[in-house]
Ligand binder design. Structure first.
Ligand SMILES: Cc1cc2nc3c(=O)[nH]c(=O)nc-3n(C[C@H](O)[C@H](O)[C@H](O)COP(=O)(O)OP(=O)(O)OC[C@H]3O[C@@H](n4cnc5c(N)ncnc54)[C@H](O)[C@@H]3O)c2cc1C
Length: 443
């Protein structure tokens, strides 16, 4: 069974001739932006080359967390938590959101010190978070064999169902009048007097005043064809989905050897933090200088490999005309082969440490490509070179939880409203204006 089973969203049969805004990409960022814009009374077309939520947004671990985040993202994540709490009501659908809490174990003094900062930081947002010891750990995870001395427990953190959330938001956007166009790759932008005037899709042209590119791992390729440099690479991560487990823990857990999150179906999504595979591809060489600081700081957690992906991407067109088939049409869904080695490792360690999981059965495995920027902070930005063009991408492995807030911020920028948080840290220009590339050294 390839990939996770995403709630299907049927695409509209007809393409509108004109809308106010075209959103490219039907992941959590694109659908959240489209819903926000439609709620403000704008006409919107959302174009997705495959199906809604079929790439990263349905493949992720399902963690909605504010703890252990880059401080530049914390205000936007606090807004996202507020939005998640109301999202089922707002969409009229089930996103699976629950404020179940997340525990980050402290394996050594460095991690303990990094965890210790969070209760005070989150206290500013009235979000509960505290350090707990072995006795409380044993209450949350009865039977867990561990020598962990302390852990960060953030009750404000939560989970949602990745296979349900983006489809629920897309359907709610459709209720508000958004045209949901699936199997509708956008080939490129059209401009008039230097401003955005429309897009060309594989199914025809749509006139518009603004475009939001929320193309996940494809954004750099798309932007490059429009003459905009966007430094972005891909990291692959794999997960196991188990069959239901009786009396399993509610609170999501992270330790260096394994991480787990309860699913709505009673099973668990299990993964390993060692499992960050980087395929060396032509873009690795193109963007190498910008990613050097990230390479230095994340070296130990990344596994580099040369695979067939190098030739695949080398053969991919980087420039094309609007009447040509594009790479977006040739690959409807990025569906990489999961790593058996690291998923097996995570499950074996979990089975050994925690009797509740001793007989856990694997129902499915999948992998996803995470799109990352040089500082692991997203780009949520208007693009000065092409007025009317905007980019919301590069969520670097933590875009699911922040998705609703990112959609709100992107909509604020498109509609010139006072932004919900200061967007300065998310501007694309930071990679080109001489700013130092700063990395957060958390989990
Ligand atoms: C294994 C894994 C675990 C993760 N765990 C977590 C987690 O626990 N918590 C968390 O917050 N985040 C997590 N993430 C990260 C999170 O999933 C992503 O940051 C987030 O889903 C990104 O959303 P997106 O909408 O930007 O991208 P995507 O979901 O990838 O969507 C982009 C969409 O754009 C479409 N597209 C691209 N180009 C075009 C085009 N030209 N025309 C039309 N459509 C186009 C693509 O088909 C795709 O559907 C994880 C990711 C992975 C892979």
């Amino acid at each position: 069974m390839p990939g996770p089973q995403v709630v299907p969203v049927e695409g509209d049969a007809h393409l509108p001739a004109r809308v106010d805004v075209v959103v490219i990409g039907g992941g959590i960022i694109g659908v959240s932006t489209a819903l926000e814009l439609a709620e403000r009374g704008l006409s919107v077309a959302l174009c997705e080359k495959g199906g809604i939520g079929q790439e990263q947004s349905s493949r992720n671990w399902g963690w909605v967390r504010i703890s252990q985040r880059d401080p530049r993202e914390v205000p936007l994540m606090a807004e996202s938590i507020r939005l998640w709490r109301d999202l089922d009501r707002r969409t009229g659908r089930d996103t699976g959101y629950r404020q179940c809490g997340i525990v980050f174990a402290s394996s050594d003094d460095g991690e303990a010190a990094s965890n210790a900062k969070w209760p005070e930081e989150l206290g500013r947002y009235q979000l509960p978070s505290r350090i707990i010891g072995p006795a409380e750990l044993a209450t949350l995870y009865p039977g867990l064999k561990t020598d962990i001395k302390s852990a960060l427990h953030t009750a404000a953190d939560g989970r949602a169902e990745p296979q349900k959330a983006a489809p629920a938001i897309a359907e709610a956007a459709r209720d508000k009048g958004v045209h949901i166009l699936t199997r509708c790759a956008v080939r490129g932008l059209e401009t008039s007097a230097g401003r955005i005037s429309g897009v060309v899709t594989e199914r025809g042209a749509i006139a518009c005043d603004a475009v939001v590119l929320a193309g996940g791992a494809w954004s750099s390729l798309f932007a490059g064809n429009a003459g905009i440099a966007l430094p972005q690479l891909k990291v692959m991560n794999s997960v196991i989905r188990t069959k239901p487990i009786a009396d399993g823990p509610e609170v999501t857990f992270y330790d260096k050897d394994f991480a787990f999150r309860k699913r709505q179906d009673g099973g668990y999504t299990i993964a390993s933090s060692y499992d960050n595979i980087v395929d060396i591809v032509p873009d690795s060489l193109r963007h190498m200088l910008k990613f050097l600081p990230a390479l230095k700081s994340e070296w130990k957690s990344l596994r580099f490999r040369i695979s067939g992906r190098f030739l695949e991407e080398a053969r991919m067109a980087r420039r094309w005309q609007m009447d040509e088939e594009t790479p977006f049409e040739r690959c409807r869904v990025l569906d990489p082969k999961p790593s058996e080695k690291w998923t097996n490792y995570a499950l074996a360690e979990l089975r050994k440490s925690y009797p509740t999981f001793a007989n856990a059965e694997i129902a499915q495995r999948w992998a996803g490509y995470i799109d990352v920027t040089p500082d692991a902070v997203p780009v949520i930005s208007a693009i000065e070179e092409i007025p009317g063009f905007h980019i919301a991408t590069g969520f670097s492995g933590h875009g699911f939880g922040i998705g609703p807030g990112a959609g709100r911020l992107m909509a604020d920028i498109v509609t010139n409203r006072t932004p919900v948080v200061d967007p300065t840290a998310f501007r694309l220009a930071r990679f080109y204006d001489g700013s130092k590339i700063e990395l957060f050294s958390g989990v």
